[in-house]
Design a protein. Structure first.
Length: 313
């Protein structure tokens, strides 16, 4: 099986390429930079085949992907800076990447009759209530530009293809790029008090674990919509921060001990700052994963522990 992966400089693309190599599959990575520009961790992805590709350029995308002749395209590339997406001068670019770029890739997959994986988000819903969102729910009400454009990407895939996996994820962390864990660890080094919101509820997703599931999926024809986060219950960002620091202390980083740093829960309204409207309810129902015969991801607590042992802080 030959797999073309977009966005390999990002957290998920990096891990998908490594997972493909681990299983002996042929992976071709792509991103907008002339050469691989993800984390230089000397894992297999840093040495695997790479092609430069701008997904917003329909002709270039078609040429690059057709030349690779993949059996599957795993589309990880996206604009993910949620607040920046609200800037008036960025909206067109965000839409060109998340909606038009995804449509370009779906068109090529249709020509090649190959499978496509599209990574989406809980932001396609309105983020209200307390019930976990079902993967086959069509009650779309995105709250912000990021959510709107990711939904447009979803529809571009579903309208054109039958052999697709649309996988919604939330609260992502991985080795390559920025994420909430790295931010909290950095802030914790220089502050003795931090405030974290406690009224946005969801579950983290470790890209290393997600990559394994995605490759499991493309080995099958169990197409459709899925929700994939780590197991372990729904939490707030405040809960997540407390556990990040607790596990960091267990690993010997006493600078994150409760005696030195105070983590204070606040509401989203009290916290302020955010340009984009954020969902209060990011709970994703993951039941379809096991129901379809796939192995669920490990608990987020377990994922966090493994991740902290992987990174330097």
């Amino acid at each position: 099986m030959k797999v073309f992966v977009t966005g390999v400089a990002g957290q998920l693309g990096h891990d998908v390429m490594n997972e493909l190599a681990k299983r002996g599959y042929e992976g071709v990575g792509s991103d907008i930079a002339p050469e691989y520009s993800g984390v230089a961790d000397d894992t297999v992805v840093t040495r695997m085949p790479y092609v430069q590709m701008d997904i917003t350029d329909a002709r270039a995308a078609e040429e690059r992907i057709i030349e690779a002749k993949p059996d599957v395209v795993v589309h990880c590339a996206a604009w993910t800076a949620v607040d920046l997406a609200e800037d008036e001068d960025k909206v067109d670019k965000v839409r060109a990447i998340n909606a038009d770029g995804t449509r370009n890739i779906a068109e090529v997959c249709k020509k090649l009759d190959c499978k496509m994986v599209y990574i989406s988000t809980d932001y396609v819903f309105d983020g209200q209530g307390t019930e976990a969102w079902d993967p086959d729910c069509k009650d779309y009400k995105p709250l912000n530009v990021y959510g709107e454009t990711k939904l447009e990407g979803e529809l571009a895939v579903a309208d054109r293809l039958t052999k697709y996996f649309i996988v919604r994820i939330a609260w992502v962390f991985g080795k390559s790029g920025k994420n909430f864990i790295k931010t909290m660890l950095n802030v914790g080094k220089t502050h003795d008090r931090i405030t974290v919101v406690n009224d946005q509820i969801g579950t983290p997703t470790y890209t290393f674990d997600l990559a394994r599931l995605l490759v499991d999926m493309i080995e099958t024809e169990k197409y459709g919509y899925y929700h994939a986060t780590n197991e372990g219950g729904y939490i707030s960002w405040y809960d997540f921060t407390k556990e990040i620091f607790r596990q960091a202390v267990e690993l010997g980083h006493q600078e994150y001990a409760e005696e030195r740093i105070s983590v204070v829960p606040v509401t989203t309204k009290e916290y302020g700052i955010s340009k984009a409207v954020r969902p209060f309810n990011s709970r994703l129902d993951r039941g379809k994963i096991a129901a379809s015969g796939f192995e669920p991801l490990p608990s987020w607590q377990d994922a966090l522990g493994r991740y902290l042992r992987e990174i330097e802080f």
